[in-house]
Design a protein around this ligand. Sequence first.
Ligand SMILES: [Zn+2]
Ligand SMILES: [Zn+2]
Length: 145
Amino acid sequence: MTAPQAQSTAEELRGAGLRVTAARVALIETVRDGDHLGVEAITSAVRDRVGHISVQAVYEALHALTAAGLLRRIEPAGSPARFEGRVGDNHHHIVCRSCAAVADVDCAVGEAPCLTASDDHGFSVGEAEVTYWGLCPGCSTAGSS
Ligand SMILES: [Zn+2]
Ligand SMILES: [Zn+2]
């Protein structure tokens, strides 16, 4: 789509004021290539690419990258946090109650973000997050047979 990955990832880190390390680059690319990965999956994928890194270091890097807006953290109620590289468009998620599969859902009203609350209680709203819960196709087929 846009610029070649390795270079642009390092540039994005620099642009966000973060130090560029092999682990951070691998982490961002792992999350972007993945599909709403959890911390365990991210840690093992990053280890495959750059060698040993502690889970604590992965948590800290994820925190810094999320705070810098390079990654987005989603935390469906009752499930561990997941991370994704699709940031800035305020999209929503649909989660399978059975296997915890997660998929992206574009803004419910077709114009992002869904910021028009029926009653905003005087708050200045900057983000809306909708989680749709249901059964993924695999799980609903398994249940009906
Ligand atoms: Zn499922
Ligand atoms: Zn997503």
